[in-house]
Design a protein around this ligand. Structure first.
Ligand code: COA
Ligand code: AMP
Length: 630
């Protein structure tokens, strides 16, 4: 039996022994006796009586083991044209002082902190400093606007907010501090302090009474030690889009997450300590938390904190420069990044300029990867390109080729096989298991393995309703897909109204709420349509109020600006089509799937529940008028 089969079968048949053995791979202050227990709703809690500290595992342990001089972070910033390396010892000193500074300001274990920062080492220092003293961090992606930040402030009620003076987006400086001040003004909850790291790049940094200077705080503080926290103490809250306008605060535990990350670094990514591992994502996403920061550090790797884009910083050669310069062994990015490079450098001319012999494996996730992109990559860099599937909720891969367990046979289009601990099934509408090749809902039989979400921040009802009420005893992933006869899982896309834009998960419901506030709009729908670069982009369809005479281009401009102002530029809404009516079911539900098929030019399956079938021709004509005008 292969290692993969042996491990996988054991993880499903005897999860207690399996995860006990894996829990022994990390260091605990107090080793857990209870491997899995259940909360009041029967949801699994891992290693309940274990005590540990994530920052200790990430930093102090390696220093104690004699590896303090190993490089922990390589900060590579093409946008500021700088590269800086930090050893484990240097990171620990800075983090321990910052943690001491947080204590001196009166913050304590269990308090929440929002981190709204660009891709700089100070973001990682802030996360680790919180973990060190048991504060719960919530990193908010810098591409979100003040309104989104305010929603998160009101939800997790941070005692403190950490920010930097600015971020850099290809060709523009984004001053963060005015955005933070605006968010605090919008929010009902008020943090005690805002800690500001001034990058001195020329951005405006308005001073408020609640401000504390990051550098002065670190300079003036004593180092503090790690505190022991219970395994189920929340390490962080990470907001992600849900199917309503309000984001979901995914809560991650400490012990289960540490065990799962250690397992994944070794058995999925097959990475040895000391190697350089690079996840080209943002700290504001799940990939950033798990595979820029905590996973590589727990595994004593050197991790790259990259402040740039795959293209235009300065060109499509950047990724290859970083890989060859820092000897990256394993890389992880979203397919959209490879598509962007392919578009700028179709013949891979930049690739030929660099020695990429260090690169062993290229992992992709965040959205479905098309086979043309994989083929292009392999033509120019003949190494395994491994698609794998996971979500903010899971925190680590659910479907992958587990390279460290010898599961190296790749199938194009598949995300790989179920990862240890995940009993993945494909269900039809009624919850019956479907056969090989039949597409349905991708669900996971409970208990979910360690590392998965502990809940939604202070919202048990939404937690139950979102994931467990549809099929009792199973976690609903929200994705559709199928399995083949060999157990490979193919993810075909979301079955709900979430969309994936350049690997960023966004809610169309949230955009609809904003579009609907435009004074000319009577009714609207926002759908995700195919985009060659970003995979999907949002498209708004609006019905105007009777007698409304606003010009189409004016309406489009105003709606686009509204969405940018409320959600942020990352929403990428650029197109607004005026339609006479929206297709609905007889009970009044908008038929979004039908709209997507029309927009993408697919064969249209007429839903049996449609109220008026003539609308299909009408909407198709509206699309033609719009495209003709562009
Ligand atoms: N702060 C402020 N603004 C941000 C931002 C941030 N951290 N991140 C993105 N934005 C802005 C961009 O500047 C852009 O603004 P614009 O509309 O004024 O040009 C907008 O949000 C959309 O950004 P993005 O979707 O990233 O598009 P892009 O055209 O700038 O870049 C790619 C396209 C493909 C190069 C880029 O999306 C990319 O590198 N994607 C990798 C995917 C990834 O890391 N996913 C994470 C999950 S693995
Ligand atoms: P996020 O929570 O932002 O990581 O987004 C998770 C969603 O991204 C999943 O539910 C999928 O819809 C999509 N996704 C992630 N990885 C893949 C993949 N390898 N193939 C297809 N879709 C993916």
């Amino acid at each position: 039996m292969s290692d993969y089969n042996h491990f996988y079968n054991k993880s499903i048949e005897n999860p207690i022994d399996f995860w006990r053995e894996q829990s022994e791979q990390i260091e605990w202050y107090s080793r857990p006796e209870t491997i899995v227990s259940k909360d009041a709703n029967g949801y699994p809690l891992w290693f309940e009586d274990g005590q540990l500290n994530m920052c200790y595992l990430a930093l102090d342990k390696h220093i104690q083991d004699g590896h303090g001089d190993q490089v922990a972070f390589i900060y590579d910033s093409p946008v500021t044209q700088s590269i800086k390396k930090y050893t484990y010892q240097e990171v620990k000193t800075e983090v321990a002082k910052l943690a001491g500074g947080l204590l001196s300001l009166g913050f304590k274990k269990g308090d929440t902190a929002i981190i709204y920062m660009p891709m700089i080492p100070q973001t990682a220092f802030a996360m680790l400093a919180c973990a060190r003293i048991g504060m719960i961090h919530s990193v908010v992606f810098g591409g979100f606007a003040p309104h989104e930040l305010a929603i998160r402030i009101d939800d997790c009620k941070p005692k403190v907010l950490l920010t930097a003076s600015s971020g850099i987006e290809i060709d523009r400086l984004i001053a963060y501090k005015p955005l933070v001040d605006e968010a605090i003004a919008l929010a009902s909850h008020q943090p005690d302090h805002v800690i500001v790291f001034n990058r001195k790049l020329g951005a405006r940094v308005p001073f408020k009474k609640y401000d504390v200077d990051y550098e002065a705080l670190v300079y003036g503080s004593e180092e503090t030690n790690c505190v022991a926290v219970a395994s189920n103490h929340p390490l962080y809250i990470l907001y992600t889009s849900g199917t309503t306008g309000k984001p979901k605060g995914i809560v991650r535990d400490t012990g289960g997450y540490a065990v799962a990350l250690q397992f994944s670094m070794r058995y999925i990514y097959d990475v040895q300590p000391e190697e350089t591992f690079w996840a080209a994502s943002d700290m504001g996403w799940a990939v950033g938390h798990s595979y820029i920061l905590y996973g590589p550090l727990i595994n004593r790797n050197t991790t790259v904190i990259f402040e740039g884009k795959p293209i235009k910083t300065p060109d499509a050669s950047t990724f290859w420069r970083v890989i060859s310069e820092h000897k990256v062994g394993t890389m992880f990015t979203a397919p959209t990044a490879i598509r962007a490079i392919k578009k700028e450098d179709p013949d891979g001319l930049f690739i030929k300029k660099y020695d990429l012999s260090c690169l062993r494996n290229q992992f992709l996730a965040g959205e479905r990867c098309d086979s043309a992109t994989i083929a292009w990559f392999q033509k120019h860099i003949p190494i395994p390109v491994i698609d794998h599937w996971w979500q903010t909720e899971s925190g680590w891969p659910m479907v992958a080729n587990s390279l460290g367990l010898g599961n190296t046979t790749l199938k194009t289009g598949a995300g790989g096989k179920a990862v240890c601990g995940y009993d993945i099934r494909i269900f039809n509408e009624e919850g019956m298991v479907l056969g090989d090749g039949e597409e349905g809902f991708v669900v996971v039989k409970l208990p979910l393995p360690p590392g998965n979400l502990l809940g939604l921040w202070e919202n048990e009802t939404r937690f139950q309703n979102s994931y467990f009420s549809r099929f009792e005893g199973y976690y609903l992933s929200g994705d559709g897909g199928f399995k083949d006869k060999d157990g490979y899982v193919y993810i075909t896309g979301r079955v709900d109204d979430l969309i994936n834009v350049a690997g960023h998960r966004l809610s169309t419901a949230e955009m609809e709420e904003i579009v609907a506030t435009h004074s000319a709009v009577a009714e609207c729908a926002v759908i995700g349509v195919h985009d060659d670069l970003k995979g999907q982009v949002p498209l708004a369809l609006v019905v105007l109020k009777a007698g409304e005479t606003i010009a189409q281009f004016q309406l489009e401009y105003e709606i686009v600006q509204k969405v940018r102002a409320k959600i942020g530029a990352v929403a990428s809404l650029r197109n607004v089509i005026v339609v006479q009516r929206l297709p609905k079911t007889r009970s009044g539900k908008i038929l979004r799937k039908l709209l997507r098929s029309i927009a993408d030019g697919e064969v249209i399956q007429i839903p049996s529940t449609i109220d008026d079938v003539t609308i299909i021709a009408e909407i198709t004509a509206d699309f033609k008028v719009y495209e003709g005008g562009k």
